[in-house]
Design a protein around this ligand. Structure first.
Ligand code: NAP
Length: 230
């Protein structure tokens, strides 16, 4: 294709729910493509990307394949969170079923830097076991992942959530912080210091959005229990 030739407009589905997916929707719309972003519908008040939006599950790989065909998408892009594994597996199957080409844009994981004190674990359950008794723990995990820690009544937990919990949390000793992660390491460090945090638990999600807490932990020399995806 010659450089000055206009891009042929395509109909593109983005499996989203991440900042990267929003940026991608904006870029592709700017190029003249017709973009639809699909969200799972987990967040009450999500930041919406430009272009069309659809919300909710497809009903497995077959449902996603049917949707791709019915709507006549030229291609689709998996830009979901790297820990959202089921939808990524469904995307691969749906591409095979429908014949609509799939592109994966999953962000790379964070790499340990000098000064980082990470203990790497393979699962949420292993993270809960790895905490020393008496720790004050910042749990940087979504609501659906924190139950594994409720048995650690010998620890204190600081829990940050985007949306308030529907029912009281079953922790013996915890404090709740409502809101999104800050992109400013100083603010994250101030939060940890104010609550006397001794340990962090988080998943190795990669990307810039949650990295400020990792920088803050490095500066404060706090151990991080890092859950890796396989
Ligand atoms: P998951 O376990 O991989 O997916 C569970 C089911 O939710 C899928 O089988 C699918 O239902 C539906 N689903 C997931 N993502 C969807 C999407 N973008 N559009 C339509 N349906 C979707 O996913 P998850 O870990 O629950 O994450 C859900 C969404 O939140 C993802 O889109 C992800 O990008 C975003 N997110 C996740 C995390 C995380 O930590 N997991 C963090 C930030 C953002 P059907 O089988 O019925 O189609």
């Amino acid at each position: 294709m010659r450089r000055d030739e206009p891009i042929k407009a395509q109909k593109i589905l983005i499996l989203g729910g991440t900042a990267e997916a929003r940026a991608l929707a904006e870029e592709l719309e700017r190029q003249g493509h017709a973009v639809t972003t699909s969200l799972a519908g987990r967040t009450i008040d999500p930041v919406l990307p430009v272009g069309a939006i659809r919300i909710g599950g497809f009903g497995g790989a077959e449902g996603l394949a049917a949707y791709l065909c019915q709507e006549g998408f030229d291609r689709f892009i998996d830009a979901t969170h790297p820990f959202a594994r089921r939808i990524s597996e469904n995307a691969i199957k749906a591409s095979a079923i429908s014949g609509v080409p799939l592109e994966q844009r999953l962000r790379p994981r964070w790499q340990k830097q000098p000064g980082d004190q990470w203990k790497t674990v393979p699962s949420i359950e292993a993270a809960a076991e790895a905490l020393p008794g008496g720790a004050t723990v910042f749990l940087a995990l979504g609501r659906q992942y924190i139950d594994a820690f409720t048995g650690r009544s010998d620890c204190r937990f600081l829990i940050r959530m985007v949306d308030p919990p529907e029912a009281p949390l079953a922790f013996a000793d915890h404090a709740l912080v409502l809101g999104k992660p800050s992109s400013d390491p100083d603010r994250e460090a101030d939060l940890f210091t104010a609550h006397g945090v001794t340990h962090l638990v988080c998943r190795n999600s990669g990307g810039p959005a949650g990295y400020a807490k990792i920088i803050a932990a490095r500066r404060l020399a706090l151990p991080v229990i890092m859950i890796e995806r396989d």
